[in-house]
Ligand binder design. Structure first.
Ligand SMILES: [Zn+2]
Length: 89
């Protein structure tokens, strides 16, 4: 039984994290959850990946330069343009 919990922690935890990260980046959560469970390295890949489209609640597209910034950012880190955070909420 304790082996089960051990396995769950080793593979389940990164898999769950990968699932969550993939969701917030508009990727296939099942594929990325599985990949992260086997190779936790994919969590790093996911973490640094920026989606190229807007994802509500996670990433927003800068109106000025068109790059993707974090949803909570109020200033674009690429072009320093102010981002109207009140739009489409
Ligand atoms: Zn910008």
């Amino acid at each position: 039984m304790s082996e089960m919990i051990f396995l769950l922690l080793i593979f389940g935890l990164p898999a769950a994290l990968g699932f969550k990260l993939a969701l917030s980046r508009g990727k296939n959560p099942f594929l990325w959850g599985m990949l992260s469970g086997i190779f936790p390295f994919f969590l790093v890949v996911l973490h640094f990946h920026r989606p190229d489209h807007e994802i509500r609640g996670h990433f927003r597209k800068c109106r000025t330069c068109g790059r993707t910034v974090l949803w909570k950012d109020t200033v674009c880190k690429y072009c320093s343009a102010k981002i109207d955070v009140s739009e489409r909420q």
